[in-house]
Ligand binder design. Structure first.
Ligand code: FRU
Length: 512
């Protein structure tokens, strides 16, 4: 009997050790991003509740702590003072009897329109979607509604409003992802909400009762899938022209497959958003496959419009990428600008300048070289930033660019095809791809280069973010090589390419 008890104790102890081991996350695991935000363990999807408040950038996110696949949604929480290093905080919102806590936003209710404020502390108010799984299983269409919660301690603890939901479903199966902001001219809160494959806009004076103001998009832009996670904001061009931009994520049918993000440029009068462009035109925020559900921070200092996306592809493989004990990371925070181009107003995006402090030591620099075939750059570190400028007026090559590779001949190729007038990112031979037939692909963007091709790339253990021409075109793509990509090679095909300059920085980890 004693032996059996001893065995049982030993067994329980071993099982507990194993569990502990499984849950250990020290940010040195294979494929663990070193300068991107990822949760210590568990599943993460959309960024939520992005707001700058009292010196902190809040990043809430769709989170399921108990597994690395999607499940009952919570809001995870982290804060940063520099958009580079993140501090993990306890889970902010847990599912309850009304449902899972889906995506949404956080506002600062400075005028205490909700009455949640106390002792002169303005409440932070989270506006999120309740998704009732029981009702979904029962086939009820009204499964999604909007709820609110407030915090009086800088987002550390949250109290759900007792009269939730504040916006009941009106029969739309998809009725979610409120991205609320204050519109001063009408003294109203505005809630853009994704419903099916179009947008509805609601307004409120107190965040508790909502009125429908308008609809947008039934016949505008792309409709390959359900619309999710909208974001509507004003932005001013460097020349001082003010426009309204609507970011609209779409679950399927994006430009290079699966989930992706389109945007519209137009005007907003407190009720109605009008698109300036032809309804048939679609503008894409990113041409990679792995930038989804991205939205922007409210109240960022100096009027900056800062964006972050979820670095995965819902439709194609989000639940299957080979990482453990966490799944998914965010993109780096990016600063958006609106610029007038020959084709019209376009969103540009660049990594926030704060990230430059991750650069370690001097850049490895090469200048003024003709590349006839390949030029190896001795930059062995895995995490790096590459800034490269080709002089196309002295280039005869039909394709040029650079390759990340390892000794197993696995590679990611990033380049410009002069003949096709196309930028591309090719991850057809980038290592593991067996988890989805949709992963090993080449992604392209139409682009007519001028006399200079200027590319900046941020390379982490399992991702690359490419910004061409000051952020005019972006690609965000994951990769899972069987050995780290330590080789960096510039190339020219079908002629020679003139390298004006390349600079390569090693990047520090944000987790050490
Ligand atoms: C987008 C999305 C949202 C929803 C959330 C659920 O990725 O589908 O529409 O609120 O994820 O986790």
């Amino acid at each position: 009997m004693k032996k059996i008890v001893q065995f049982a104790v030993l067994f329980i102890w071993l099982a507990a050790c194993q569990k502990k081991q499984e849950n250990r996350a020290d940010y040195s695991e294979q494929y663990r991003p070193q300068f991107h935000f990822s949760p210590q363990k568990g599943w993460m999807n959309d960024p939520n509740g992005l707001i700058y408040h009292a010196g902190e950038y809040h990043l809430f996110y769709q989170y399921y702590p108990d597994s690395t696949v999607w499940g009952p949604m919570h809001w995870g929480h982290a804060v940063s003072t520099d958009l580079t290093h993140w501090q993990h905080l306890p889970i902010a919102l847990y599912p309850d009897s009304l449902g899972y806590i889906f995506s949404g936003s956080v506002v600062l209710d400075s005028a205490n329109t909700t009455g949640f404020g106390k002792d002169n502390e303005a409440p932070l108010v989270a506006v999120f979607t309740y998704h009732n799984m029981e009702w979904e299983k029962a086939g009820r269409k009204d499964r999604e509604s909007q709820g609110i919660a407030y915090s009086l301690d800088k987002g550390r603890t949250w109290t759900k409003y007792t009269n939730n939901p504040v916006l009941k479903n009106q029969g739309d199966v998809d009725f979610r992802d409120p991205k609320v902001f204050w519109y001063a001219p009408t003294k109203r809160w505005i809630m853009p909400l994704a419903t099916g494959d179009f947008l509805q806009i609601f307004t409120s004076t107190n965040l508790k009762s909502w009125e429908k103001a308008s609809e947008f998009g039934k016949n505008e832009g792309a409709h390959g899938g359900v619309w999710e996670c909208p974001d509507l904001f004003a932005i001013t061009t460097p020349a001082g022209i003010k426009k309204w931009v609507l970011i609209q994520n779409m679950g399927r049918g994006a430009v290079n497959g699966g989930s992706g993000t389109q945007y519209f440029v137009g005007s907003f009068d407190g009720k109605i958003f009008k698109n300036d462009n032809p309804p048939t035109q679609t503008l894409w925020l990113d041409y990679g496959a792995d930038n989804y559900a991205g939205v922007t921070w409210l109240n960022a200092p100096n009027n900056r419009r800062l964006f972050i996306g979820w670095m995965s592809n819902w439709d194609d493989y989000a639940n299957k990428t080979p990482t453990h004990p966490w799944r998914s990371a965010m993109t780096v925070p990016r600063e958006l600008s609106l610029q007038k181009t020959a084709e019209g107003f376009r969103l540009f995006q660049m990594p926030v300048t704060e990230l430059e402090k991750l650069r370690q030591g001097e850049a490895l620099t090469l200048e003024n070289k003709n590349i006839d075939s390949t030029l190896k750059i001795s930059a062995e570190s895995v995490q790096k930033e590459v800034l490269v400028e080709f002089d196309l007026s002295k280039t005869t090559a039909t394709q040029l660019g650079f390759v990340l590779a390892n000794a197993k001949n696995e590679r990611v190729e990033i380049g410009y095809d002069h003949l096709k007038k196309q930028l591309y990112l090719d991850r057809t031979q980038a290592g593991k791809s067996g988890f989805s037939t949709k992963f090993a692909k080449r992604h392209t963007a139409p682009y007519v280069a001028g006399s200079r091709l200027v590319v900046r790339a941020l390379i982490d253990n399992s991702s690359v973010e490419v910004f061409v021409d000051n952020g005019r075109i972006a690609f965000t793509d994951l990769f899972f090589p069987n050995q780290d990509f330590t080789q960096l090679t510039l190339f020219a095909k079908g002629g020679s390419a003139h390298l004006a300059q390349v600079k390569v920085y090693e990047l520090r980890s944000i987790w050490q």
